[in-house]
Design a protein around this ligand. Sequence first.
Ligand code: UDP
Length: 139
Amino acid sequence: MAGKRTFTMIKPDAVEAGNSGAIIKMIEEAGFKIVAMKKTKMTPGVAGKFYAVHSERPFYDDLKNYMSSGPIIPMILEKSNAVEDFRKLIGATNPKEAAEGTIRRLFAASIEANAIHGSDSDENAEIESSFFFSELERF
Ligand code: UDP
């Protein structure tokens, strides 16, 4: 059976643009329950750790700077088939390729500043949730 939790964060461009409320509303209306949520800000070092899998990619340094450029809102979400359904709700990495009505299509500024993150597997959802939230917060 597919896992029931996924991890997301509203990225600095969407927080700065005042779109957090609209995005959280879409998430709740799509049937996801918010298990944990906070507002925080990463240093470039922390952002680099979160995106370590991309360390050899040409966009890595830009990504670290962008992801540490302002506050973010990390969340743990719960729903049946959470990982897959949430990836559908946010749309493709590049907002130009994201389907109509998806969060990235509606709110993303560019392929880098693309409004929101969504875990791509149950395993990564667990790793990313633990990255931001203590065991006590992941009840
Ligand atoms: N990214 C970027 N340039 C690219 C591809 C990705 O700046 O050409 C950024 C973008 O913010 C993306 C993040 O790196 O969300 C992680 O990339 P990934 O391929 O894992 O996409 P995602 O899983 O977020 O859709």
